[in-house]
Design a protein around this ligand. Structure first.
Ligand SMILES: Cc1cc2nc3c(=O)[nH]c(=O)nc-3n(C[C@H](O)[C@H](O)[C@H](O)COP(=O)(O)OP(=O)(O)OC[C@H]3O[C@@H](n4cnc5c(N)ncnc54)[C@H](O)[C@@H]3O)c2cc1C
Length: 816
């Protein structure tokens, strides 16, 4: 072993494809004083036995970005670092058995085109041309990705390792990290050979990430939400007919994925490689009597082909060639799963100067991009693309072992499933319940999970179809549509109530608390007794988040934010808080009930004492009761009607609910709220509000106070952008002619040219139109401009609307 380094800027724990890619990307960015520790040989974890498929296809814009970047990087890597690799860019076909699957492909193809990838929709005949051995009688069509392929995972890892070493980074093999500790603001990474003192540390330990993660628990860390699944593929013996075809054509078959059945099938030399994601899947090392071994390097689980029987038979019917030869070799290896099947890349929740890049189910395809993303987090604290889909902070306290296990089984067994907008996955439910849960159930609530909290999406009436099957559609209309319309109408004409369970609540307290928040936000803080929206930017002026703020005193600031933003937003504050200022989470202590509609004042007046219901919009009343229970009232309504949020102790909420229900207030759900917020132009976090766009591009000039004396993050960048003028701008569009709402990141065109994308969309029942929020070329953000939106393959006419709300543009109703 070369001389043991005792200091480094960054230490990476884990030498699989991902850890090595992080090291390589740090080195590419000039951070060469970095060390990677691998307990065995590079690739000893999941990497060595991976099938090596490198798809671009992804339903997530962030993952699509990562995979597109990775595949492009791999094409050049061999030449760049002088390490020739087996990388076969064969193209791939995905088969569709239904109209809904074709619609999914259409949407992804549209996103892919926007990222410069040439994915194409194919007819059955075109599929047959591309794949002559395919049985097509029961197919609807398919999709062609010319840049899909397969790579040798070990060569890929070694090539990046060579690149990293060549730039000066160090790799120590057979050097297990055995622990970490914090000393004088630095990390000390312990190994059997010695210790390395470093500024930053990265957990890239693959399926050992949970174990390595435990070392960080004393420093604020949490249990890593990952479960190890077994994934199998088998290789056939040589198939004579395939060999002949390959010799005659000089081609390899494209990779084939029958996603409705759930397997991939690709040519490996002159045989085939079949890898199913089976429903009856299996997790390992999840029980105390089946502990994870200390070392599983280069090992596999015993073959278990019985589990795959259904898939093997189906694949043999689809490509009869598969049955022409025997099974040669079976690979059954460990593959880590997070609850949603996406990796964890970014700051380690709760721990300073520690990062994560682990729990990859598709680490070969995503490793290249993940290295870039992780290096950006480490070097800049922010990333080029919005990476929330892979951010470790997206799982909070609900992601315990039971939840993660249940979700991992569900996600693995539905690896290629479609994620329909009105479908809620059933596993891991009921983790966090509102004090009103039983009442919501009694009222017919159909629930959805929001950061583990159960909220009512809509309220069914007896006889309504609430089956999972009914949600297997991209269409706007289903059994919920009429009920959502009725709920909106009740709010528009009378009064409705909605528990916004799990609203994240943060308190910033101590000397200088207000000044601290003021110095972080781009917005003006409200006076005591008022509530207002505050936006937070990164150094480039891009939107990090939006929170509601109340300043109770110079030493006491309360913030409320989206349920899913809980850890993201509290860390935004806590990681920067100066000495003496504390940031604490109070989410579970208070529950919120939104009461809204033109009759809200009249009805609330009958059950309220002490609160002034004539106080203007955006006022806060802290002292008073509803139904005799102490509560705060905030005069705000995300539905855009006269309304108040009642904030009370969970135990007091049932009495408040009962009193309001007795007074005639009817419940409404999240779908109705979404329909109403979009009519008001209110933005959603990580849909409309993301680090893909700056505050000014997001049309938030009103909240962006560049005249503030404080030098808040992003100020210089925003000032510069204001002087230059923005090239893209937020706009609301009315979209005509589609039975579906356009998905986020649907492409918008003008005369055929891509000019922007949808950021969120919903049907507005009060204006009776499909509304899309979008970011488009700034010169087109002119009311009346006609554009085209790609909605699941259909080109739909869209008209740019005037800035401001489409419903009640003067805000007269909300101010009434
Ligand atoms: C059968 C199978 C087929 C697959 N096929 C594909 C595919 O076709 N395409 C695709 O994209 N993905 C595929 N995958 C998934 C892919 O293998 C993984 O996502 C990927 O290898 C993960 O890489 P990693 O670097 O995160 O983890 P790993 O490769 O597991 O690397 C982690 C490393 O950390 C090391 N380590 C752990 N603890 C310590 C410690 N304390 N100190 C030092 N080092 C430590 C381990 O030894 C290991 O080498 C497949 C997986 C399986 C099981």
């Amino acid at each position: 072993m070369a001389e043991f380094p005792t200091t480094a800027r960054v230490v990476i724990i884990g030498g699989g494809v991902v850890g090595v890619s992080v090291l390589y990307h740090l080195a590419l960015a000039g951070w060469t004083d970095c060390v990677l520790l691998e307990k065995n040989e590079l690739t000893a974890g999941s990497t060595w036995h991976a099938a090596g498929n490198v798809p671009n296809f992804a339903g997530s814009w962030a993952v699509l970005n990562m995979q597109r970047y990775g595949a492009a990087m791999y094409r050049d890597l061999g030449d760049k670092v002088d390490y020739p690799m087996n990388y076969h860019v064969t193209g791939s076909i995905r088969l569709a058995h239904s109209k809904e699957r074709m619609q999914e492909f259409e949407h992804v193809a549209s996103m892919a085109r926007a990222q410069g990838l040439g994915m194409e929709m194919n007819t059955v005949a075109e599929l047959k041309d591309r794949y002559p051995f395919l049985e097509t009688h029961d197919l609807t069509g398919g999709m062609w990705d010319p840049l899909d392929g397969d790579i040798d995972p070990a060569q890929l890892t070694q090539a990046m390792a060579k690149g990293a070493r060549g730039l000066g980074a160090k790799i120590l093999r057979f050097a297990p990290a055995t622990g970490v500790r914090r000393e004088n603001g630095e990390w000390v990474v312990e190994t059997e050979t010695g210790e390395i003192r470093c500024e930053k540390v990265v957990n890239a330990a693959g399926y050992y990430a949970q174990r390595v993660g435990e070392w960080f628990r004393p420093y604020g860390g949490r249990r890593v939400p990952a479960v190890v699944m077994s994934h199998q593929y088998f290789l056939t013996e040589e198939v004579e007919e395939l060999k002949t075809w390959t010799e005659e054509t000089g081609r390899k078959l494209p990779l084939l994925r029958d996603v409705d059945i759930s397997y991939y099938l690709r040519q490996e030399k002159n045989g085939l490689n079949l890898g199913p994601y089976e429903r009856n899947c299996k997790a390992h090392w999840v029980d105390p009597d089946d502990p994870m071994p200390d070392d599983f390097s280069f090992q596999l689980y015993p073959d278990d082909l019985d589990r795959l029987e259904f898939y093997i038979e189906d694949a043999m019917a689809r490509v009869p060639l598969l049955g022409a030869s025997g099974v040669g070799r079976v690979i059954n290896g460990p593959i880590p799963y997070a609850p949603d099947g996406l990796p964890l890349i970014g700051p380690m929740p709760g721990v300073e100067n520690a990062y994560e890049a682990h729990t990859f189910t598709f680490g070969i395809a995503q490793g290249g991009g993940a290295g870039k993303v992780a290096a950006e987090w480490i070097i800049h604290g922010e990333t080029e693309w919005d990476m929330w889909d892979c951010d470790p902070r997206r799982f909070t306290t609900h992601a315990d072992h039971a939840y993660t296990h249940a979700k991992a089984l569900e996600t693995y067994g539905h690896e290629y499933a479609m994620h329909f907008p009105h479908h809620e996955w059933p596993a891991g439910r009921g983790k966090k319940l509102s004090a009103l849960h039983a009442r919501l159930q009694a009222a017919g609530a159909v629930f959805g999970a929001y950061n583990g909290w159960e909220r009512a999406n809509w309220f069914a009436k007896p006889g309504d179809d609430v089956s999972e099957q009914s949600t297997q559609t991209w269409d706007r209309n289903g059994p919920w549509a009429l009920r959502v319309k009725e709920e909106v109408e009740a709010v528009r004409d009378l009064c409705g109530m909605l528990p916004i369970t799990g609203f994240s609540r943060i308190k910033v307290e101590g000397p200088g608390a207000k000044d601290f928040v003021d110095g972080l936000t781009v917005s003006l803080l409200p006076k005591p007794g008022r509530v207002s929206l505050a936006y937070f930017a990164d150094s480039q002026g891009r939107v990090l988040t939006e929170m509601s703020v109340m300043v109770h005193s110079d030493e006491d600031v309360g913030l409320i934010t989206a349920a899913v933003a809980q850890w993201h937003d509290s860390e935004l504050l806590s990681r920067r808080a100066p000495e003496g200022v504390t940031v604490s989470d109070h989410t579970e202590e208070v529950e919120c009930l939104l009461v809204t509609g033109p009759k809200a004042r009249e009805i609330l007046g009958t059950v309220t004492e002490g609160h002034d219901l004539t106080a203007p919009w955006l006022s806060v009343s802290l002292d008073g009761t509803v139904a005799g229970k102490p509560c705060a009232l905030l005069r705000v309504s995300f539905a855009g009607e006269l309304g108040w949020e009642i904030h009370a102790a969970p135990d007091d909420m049932p009495a408040i609910w009962d009193a309001l229900a007795a007074a005639g207030v009817t419940p409404f759900g999240m779908y109705a709220l979404d329909a109403m917020r979009i009519e008001k132009g209110y933005r959603t976090w990580k849909g409309d509000l993301s680090t893909e766009y700056s505050l000014l591009e997001s049309g938030l000039d009103r909240f962006t106070r560049l005249d503030k004396p404080q030098d808040f993050p992003g100020k210089a960048a925003l000032q510069h952008q204001q002087q230059q003028g923005v090239e893209r701008l937020f706009a609301a569009l009315i979209v005509e002619g589609a039975a579906q709402e356009p998905r986020s990141m649907s492409t918008i065109r003008k005369d055929g040219e891509a000019v922007g994308e949808v950021t969120s969309a919903a049907w507005g029942y009060r204006v009776d139109a499909c509304i899309a929020h979008a970011v488009i070329r700034a010169d087109l953000a002119v009311p009346g401009t006609l554009l085209d939106v790609e909605v699941f393959g259909q080109t739909c006419r869209a008209t740019v609307q005037a800035p401001g709300p489409l419903w009640d543009p003067e805000n007269a109703r909300i101010r009434a």
